[in-house]
Write a protein that binds this ligand. Structure first.
Ligand code: DGL
Length: 272
């Protein structure tokens, strides 16, 4: 049976990825699902992130999604593998769940001339070492420094990311990165919320250092995946529709989501 593409994040961050996916692959039907009531996930345990993510994945399957993208690094790091290896065959053997770490690590080494890269992410993503492990597979000579920025997601979720208060937390982490390794020429924003902080980040990063976010990378990788998997692609409905669901207040979601994506958003609240 035909189904939609589900895009999942703990909150609003996945919209930075979804925007690019919709831009590059406009023909499909999409459902965006933010678990705002329980965001942020970044400091939560493996068990909790797995449990929450699995619940949301099941909900997206109930909403008739055939393919789900975890547009959340924390969920990709802490829940994806177990869902793919253990749960999927039991709950939806013909459906697919993909993450955003693998497509990023496959190409991130190409961006850096010095081969010194900083990964900025939530505490959970850093702690999982997923980026270190995956990048080493594709780019064994790359030097990686990881920095957890635990305050950055709350700044974005509460719309404080461009406030004067945000400068303190942005400067603190960028200084840590540059003091740790002056050869770093590439900073990967390995959290889908962080692109909203780019105007602030740019103020503190040396001009020779490039800042990479994941939207374009993930959208291209999804396009490639669908080309390589016609059995999945042919089962996706193509009416160009978008629906937004949140586990928290839907009016508030619709307002806040506009900070990420300048389109009319009418979200619906959904119970898990
Ligand atoms: N935006 C998410 C990520 O990419 C999750 C942030 C959070 O909930 O802490 O990691």
């Amino acid at each position: 049976m035909e189904g939609k593409i589900g895009i999942f994040d703990s909150g609003y961050g996945g919209l930075t990825v979804f925007k690019e996916i919709k831009h590059q692959l406009p023909q499909y039907d999409y459902i965006y699902f933010g678990d705002n009531a329980r965001a942020p996930y970044g400091n939560r345990s493996f068990e909790t992130v797995y449990e929450y993510t699995l619940q949301c994945v099941k909900k997206l399957f109930d909403l008739n999604c055939n393919l789900i993208i975890l547009a959340c690094n924390t969920a990709s790091a802490k829940a994806l593998r177990t869902i793919q290896q253990k749960d999927l065959s039991l709950i939806a053997p013909n459906k697919r769940v993909l993450g955003i770490i693998r497509p990023t690590t496959e190409i991130i080494g190409n961006f850096s001339k010095t081969k010194h890269i900083a990964i900025l992410a939530t505490h959970g993503t850093v702690q999982s070492k997923s980026y270190e492990i995956e990048i080493q597979k594709f780019f064994p000579k790359v030097n990686i420094y990881q920095e957890a920025c635990p305050m950055w997601v709350p700044l974005v979720e509460y719309n404080e990311h461009l406030s004067d208060g945000a400068d303190y937390f942005v400067k603190q982490h960028i200084n840590n990165v540059m003091q740790h390794d002056k050869n770093i020429d590439t900073i990967l924003l390995a959290c889908t919320h962080y692109p909203l902080l780019i105007p602030k980040i740019k103020q503190y990063v040396p001009t020779n250092v490039q800042i990479i976010s994941q939207g374009d990378i993930v959208a291209k990788s999804l396009s490639d995946y669908l080309n390589r998997h016609p059995e999945i692609e042919s089962e996706l409905s193509k009416n160009q529709s978008i629906k937004f669901y949140t586990t928290d207040d839907s009016d508030w979601f619709s307002v806040q989501a506009r900070l990420f994506w300048d389109i009319t958003i009418n979200a619906e609240k959904i119970e898990l």
